[in-house]
Write a protein that binds this ligand. Sequence first.
Ligand code: ZN
Length: 488
Amino acid sequence: MKTFIACLGTETNTFSPIPTGEETFAETMLYHGDATSHEPSLFSGPLHVWRRAAELEQRKVVESLAAFAQPAGVTIRHVYEKFRDEILDDLRAAMPVEVVLINMHGAMVAEGYDDCEGDLLACIREIVGPDVIIGAELDLHCHISTAMMDNANVIVTFKEYPHIDPQERAQELFDICSAAARGSVRPRMATFDLNMINSYRTPMEPMKSFVARMQSLEGHNGVLSVSMSHCFPYGDVADVGAKMLVVTDNDTEQAQQVAQQLGQEIWDLREAIAAPRVTIDEALDLATKAPPGSVVLADVADNAGGGAPSDSTFVLQRLIETNTTSVLSGLYWDPVAVRFCLEAGEGSTLQLRIGGKCGPTSGTPVDLEVTVRGTLRNGTQSFGPSTNLTGDIVWVQSSNGIDLVLNATRTQVFNPDVFTQLGIDLGTYRIIVVKSTQHFYAGFEPIAAAIYYVSGPGTLTSDYGSIPFTKRTQPYWPKVEDPGHMQS
Ligand SMILES: [Zn+2]
């Protein structure tokens, strides 16, 4: 019997000024049925796992679309519909199938579709009927909806932020769905709405222990899988907000109980979990007091991975105003400036207008005299086992002691190799500013004397209570102290 696999997703920041169309998918990942013939990326990794696992069980694999777009604003309607329909056409042609495994994000919004994943799962269910097992893997920054729960048999989300575990979760989902197809388990799911919006960094306590606690329940007493959807705070959709999700073997009531129990535990930790954030000036002050070495400052508000433009200049302006030197900062998404630098060539000195171009949340452009120190066509950076594209990338040095790395394909900073591939020696800088919220952490933590999360102006506010939602109707923490759903 056949296993059908596909991928369609993006994380939609409905407040972002950047439209998501076919170009963004093509630039990030777009394969029409042959993703597993190429190197695994962050987004295609699960498909590789599923193909390998299914073939080990002598199952035939039918592979459809694999499309993923760097997070940005709302997806253009006809682009979503075209990709969805390609998957559905492939599925119809592949029928009968036994298992459908689909890798999605869980926070994709298109024009006219606030819940793309729910829509896609409902369309898949309509084709395959009630008996085929449908498994969905989601990023933990997802909004779990009723339509998703009604149409999937099993949903598994990443457990780790930074996302170091998509392939492990893919195996987890495969194992449950495969067992379900054999009839040896009957997956039942339940969610518990936490009514909270927060940032949960899983390498740190108390989240580290909470993830271990979730995993300790799996495989015992009929609990098959435990997920926590952290939610994506910048999606103006009815389901925005964190949820616990539990899958059990044929016991919905138990799934509900475990989800609620874990929900209470995470609710009790809400204050302890909240990431400490500092202002730009506080961060620069802390950097002067940190131990010797490189201090890493995360420009959280301009993280391309959350749909921000990655060209904001608020931190850069402040660095210049305070005469701060020995600074490296990136990645600035500025294809025009990159083009100028490539034209000028390494060693050239030129007047360069940098950043501040995408909208009010980008600030204003900064004009600097810079020397081009390094250039690279089609750069890459690693993230866990995957290789990710940066587009053309250049290293420029300003006359006032600030080095910047600009690139042509919008992406956040994942790993130090994004800088070192240009010949940059990170150890020579006192301050390294990375435009990222948390994915930089695994790569930079080993080389950082200290790390501070900077909550400056930009697209991604850290003040979750102030996000102007129009579609969520239920109160949530921290907008209100007590949404009234938990024991105090
Ligand atoms: Zn995520």
